[in-house]
Design a protein around this ligand. Structure first.
Ligand SMILES: CC(C)(COP(=O)(O)OP(=O)(O)OC[C@H]1O[C@@H](n2cnc3c(N)ncnc32)[C@H](O)[C@@H]1OP(=O)(O)O)[C@@H](O)C(=O)NCCC(=O)NCCS
Length: 189
């Protein structure tokens, strides 16, 4: 995936993906109170006691078949959200990716940039195909996918998304070298 940071006049937010650590637990749990996170991710609300540790342990126990990153603001290290790979199949060279951004950091391109960096990370592992599963009602996430160069594949009917919830879900994928839109429109490749 080409780096457009120099080409777009600094439009991309200055963020980084880092290993999820102790300091991220409190802002992560706070983010779970957001109704869109509850609605569109399998993360629970209300948050069970000790959930951040449980969530981390599920990733730690299954690495390298899954991976979790915190999104940080490069300027001050502030927690901006999560970027995750809940399923990494190294033999099939296919990975599912996902993301969530804290409400106060939304609307300035953080999710698109995080997904680009997460996609680069996955392609760097040797993945041929990376994909996202997005509720048909999640307009913001579909826009994020499109802006990061993902292509709509189709609708999976009534997939199981979390306990008690089955819903129509869109599949979006990036297969290198799909073209990636530049932040201001047009294509960088
Ligand atoms: C989806 C989510 C990650 C977007 O984060 P974000 O940092 O605000 O996204 P960006 O700023 O990168 O926005 C990307 C695009 O989506 C658009 N967008 C953002 N929120 C939107 C909304 N509520 N409705 C419509 N479009 C929206 C932006 O305008 C932007 O489009 P543009 O580049 O054409 O202007 C965030 O809303 C979130 O965490 N939602 C809850 C968790 C979730 O849904 N995760 C994804 C599960 S599949």
């Amino acid at each position: 995936m080409p780096d457009t940071r120099q080409q777009d006049g600094g439009e991309r937010p200055d963020i980084r993906l880092v290993a999820f650590d102790d300091e991220h637990e409190a802002p992560f749990v706070a983010m779970l109170a957001d109704p869109d996170v509850t609605r569109f991710t399998p993360l629970p609300w209300p948050v069970p006691p000790g959930y951040a540790k449980t969530w981390r342990q599920r990733y730690d126990a299954h690495r390298p078949a899954r991976e979790n990153f915190a999104i940080e603001d490069c300027a001050d290290g502030r927690f901006l959200g999560i970027a995750v790979a809940p399923h990494v199949d190294r033999e099939a060279r296919t990975a599912e990716l996902g993301y969530a951004v804290v409400p106060e950091a939304r609307g300035r391109g953080v999710a698109v940039e995080a997904l680009r960096q997460l996609t680069e990370w996955a392609l760097g592992l040797g993945m041929r195909r990376v994909f996202l599963l997005i509720s048909v009602d999640n307009t913001a996430s579909k826009t994020v996918a499109r802006r990061a160069g993902y292509r709509f594949e189709g609708v999976l009917r009534q997939t199981y998304s979390r306990p008690g919830v089955w819903e129509d879900t869109e599949s979006w994928s990036y297969v290198a070298p799909d073209p990636v839109p530049a932040p201001r429109g047009g294509l960088v490749r």
